[in-house]
Structure formats: C-alpha cells, structure tokens
Design a protein around this ligand. Sequence first.
Ligand SMILES: Cc1ncc(C[n+]2csc(CCOP(=O)(O)OP(=O)(O)O)c2C)c(N)n1
Ligand SMILES: [Mg+2]
Length: 564
Amino acid sequence: MTYTVGHYLGERLAQIGLKDHFAVAGDYNLVLLDQLLEIDGLRQVYCCNELNCGFSAEGYARANGAGAAVVTFSVGALSALNAIGGAYAENLPVILISGAPNSNDHGSGHILHHTIGTPDYSYQLEIAKRLTCAAVSITSAEDAPVLIDHAIRTALREKKPAYIEIACNVAPMPCPRPGPVGAILADVPSDPETLKLAIDELASFITARKKPIMLVGSRLRAAGCEDAAIRLADALGCAVTTMAAAKSFFPEDHPAYAGTYWGDVSSPGAQQIFDWADGVLCLTPVFNDYSTVGWTAWPKGDNVALMDARHIAAGGKAFDGVHLRDVIEGLIDRLKGQPKKDATLVEYHRIKTPEAPVAAAEPNAPLVRAEMARQIQGLLTSDTSVIAETGDSWFNAIQMKLPHGARVELEMQWGHIGWSVPATFGYAVAAPERRIIAMIGDGSFQLTAQEVAQMVRLKLPVIIFLVNNRGYTIEVQIHDGPYNNIKNWDYADLMGVFNAEDGHGKGFRATTGAEMEKAIAAAVANREGPTLIECVIDRDDCTSDLISWGRRVATANARPPAAR
Ligand SMILES: Cc1ncc(C[n+]2csc(CCOP(=O)(O)OP(=O)(O)O)c2C)c(N)n1
Ligand SMILES: [Mg+2]
C-alpha cells in the first residue's frame, strides 16, 4: 500500500491521542476521508452539518485534550469556522481540516463550485488565520509533513485551534511516514532565570500579606495545572474560590474550597471573603464583561497577582516565557516550612451558613425550576459530566454541588447558543464511560437539535434536560422584546423522528416533579441511546442570580458612547 499525505495526517492525529475524528463529506475531502479511514485506531464519526462537526470536535477536545474535524471547502469550512472561533475562545486544540481545490486550479483563473465565484481561493485560509494559532495550505506532497507538523504542534502548545487545508488531488499522493510523536509534543522549557525572578516576586507578594485568597480561572485546564493548583492550595492553606467559567476546575470537596466568586452573584460567603482578602492570587483568569458581572467585580491593583499559563504579573513586575506549572512547583517549594496563610479559610467557615437541603416539591404540582434543579443535582456522581448551555442552564449548573470527580463544561467566553448539543455528542464519543448530562434551553436547542440523531446512531446514553420555558429567558432578563419569544416545538416527540427505524432514544415531557422523576428513572435505565427530558416550566421561572447578573450586564451594554 502506498503511504500518502492523508495517511500522514491521520497517523499524526492518532499519535497525539485521537481515537476519533468528526467529519462531513464533500467532494473536496472524499479522497482524504478514504485515506483517514485506513488509519488503525482512528474512527470516523459523522455529523449532520459542519457547525456541529466543529463543536463536536470541540466537545471531544474537552474530554480528550484535542480533537479534529474534517470538512469540505467553503460551504462546509465557513460553517465550521464559527466553532473554531469557539475553540480559540475556550482554549481547546481543535484541528480543522478542509478539503481544497485541485492544486492545478490554484492560480489558473478557473472558477470552481463551492467558492464565491472568483478564481482566488485564498479567502478561506485568510479567515482561518484570524481564528487559529496556525493555518496552512497543502498543495504539494513534499511540503505536507512539515506543514502538518507545524499546525498540530502549535495547536498543542498554544491550546488553540489550527487549520490545515489539503488540495483534493494531493491527499492520495505518496508521502514519507511520520517520525516519533515526541517531535510534536516537545515543549519550549521555562527560562530558568525568569522563572526564579517570578517565583521570588510571588513569594514576597504572599509573605507581605496576612489574608491571601486564591481565585481559579477558566484557563487552568489548558495550562495543565489543575493538580498543581490543588498542591498550591495545600501549601498556602488559604481559601480557594473559582470563577464561574472555571466550575469544577478545582475540587469542590477540597477543605479549602470556598465557592464561586462572581461579584454580586457569588455563592454564599464567597464574595464577602473575597472582598475581605488583602491579596488575590488569580490563576489563569479571564476577566470579561460576563465574568466581572458587567465590570462590577474586576480584581485589579496592587493586591492582585496574575498567574497565567506563560505569564506572571505581580508587585508591578511582569514575567514572560515561564510555564505556570514550573512557577507553582517553585512557589510550593518556597512555602515549605512556613506557617499556613489560612485567615480567609478560617473566616469563610465563620461566616458560612450551612445550606439546608432543598425540600422536594409536591409531586403533582406544576414543575418549577428549583425542583428541576434539585432532581438533576440528585443524579450527579463522581463520574458525571454536566454540559451546560448558555442561558439559565449556566446558572443552574453553577449552583450545583459537585461530588469529587464530577465535571462541568461551559462555553462562557464564546457563548454560542446550541453549542451544547454537538459538544455533548463529541464529549460522549470521547468519554463513553462517564454519565453525561446536558442542560439546555429550548431556544438554544433549536439551533443544533439534529445532532441528537448522531447520539442515537452511536447509541450514546446521554441524558438531555431540555428546559421548555417558551423563549430566550436570559435575554428577557437583559433586554426584553418580541424577539425573545420562540415557536414552540414538541421536543420530546422529536426522539421518534431521530430514532426512525432503528434508534433507541427516548423522549419524555415532564410537567410535574413526579413526571420528571419517572423520566429520570427511565433515562438512567436506557443504555442504548440518548434520553431527552423536556422540562416544562414557566417563562419567568429562572434563578435569581440570572436576574441580578442580567441587570448588571444590561447596564454595561447600555453605557452611552463616551464624549469625544
Ligand atoms: C449563535 C447565537 N445567537 C444568538 C445568541 C444570543 N443569545 C444568548 S442567550 C439566548 C437565548 C437562550 O435561550 P434558551 O436557550 O431558551 O435559554 P433560557 O435563557 O431560556 O434559559 C440568545 C438568543 C447567542 N448567544 N448565540
Ligand atoms: Mg428558554
């Protein structure tokens, strides 16, 4: 068998730990898909459309560390690029692979189908350059190994998406086999001198403070520092808060865990303890309008030390080119033998009032949000992953109490409604051993609903809680109008459509607590496919956090233009 460019790409994907890649076929990528099918241990998983294909690879990367989507030129890739923007925003190395025009057509003046009707096909590469950390176009087999390696290596280093387009006639061309994967995985080490200075500065920042606190942000997983953060917390002894988008990135059963810090919508006690602290160690935070609650909760100034994946800023100094893991290890070493800085944790335990368990609602009363959340909470185990969509599902998920090992996936930086259906699909493909729960609003579901059919196809026992509140409730809280009302669907009945002649998905509609309980029992028993539980609640029945947060974000949006 001739070894080809397509084989090289596929083997590199397998080498970096991919067992699956997501695809939608089109004439520019068909031959490439044939080549990829020939790689041992690399399954091809199909999606209904390219936006979903990109988000499926993004969800897969959340569970597996990296993902790949293969699409056709322009009509496919331009849809997938939205999800690639999401992967950039969410720090996930997703490799977008696009079939491309025959190499002889480049520069020939030919007008090709699926293009914008001009003979210049470079626009897709140009767009991809803005949305990825590396974007390459392969029009000859000779250049393929170096270009493929560059794109994949950069994505893994930067934890950002990369783009590879391959001319359709080049995919089956002969190509050498790839060398060891070490060449792709090797990283640039921290600069030892800068590292020492950064650790010195952070150590004096901590020594000078009586009441430090840690704030864990959403880039912690991409920085590869989830375990290191636990060891740092142990060494410091102070309270640890997580940002909303970093839910589950620090174990909630850890003795130092003090809840979600999110300004006015923090979990009980977290804001008080945060404001009381005299020094904040911010690990990999993203401070945007949402995470700062409309710029009202933005930790800044002399009492804030920023610890990013490759960059430290503390005491008015900045240090670049160091790995956070090395910084944390060095800092832990420095803290050895020093008394614990536990003032914020002690104070947190003083002010924290034990939360009473939520009482079950009367079984036949109309279903309300609080009862829905209570029942979902009851499903969480140490092997559960909750994928929560933009909308009140965010707030419901953030309020959950997580047992050790439970994970929550949020897409709070990109915030594309509908992301969660394909992302859940991708996540479930990567982690079939976990209990996977999706929480999604009706408005969001309408964007990407068809990907449930792929969960049926692969018999993935995902449980989907679809909140039917008849509209865009989150937007009602930010700014209401007729555009926030949506056409109702028979969501539960959709499962029959997706099952067709051979599927085993189940759909239920719950209008009371008792109906929801019954549906959950059936969902847990269904191991042959997804179960969608349509939870019918009132249009205005949302968390109070959504209302408070929505008001702040609306105020930030409504700031008048500054005078010139
Ligand atoms: C692709 C995209 N289009 C539009 C929006 C704006 N948007 C944000 S939330 C939202 C409504 C979500 O409604 P639903 O899923 O029903 O959740 P609920 O607020 O009702 O809980 C919309 C339209 C968006 N975030 N993404
Ligand atoms: Mg809704």
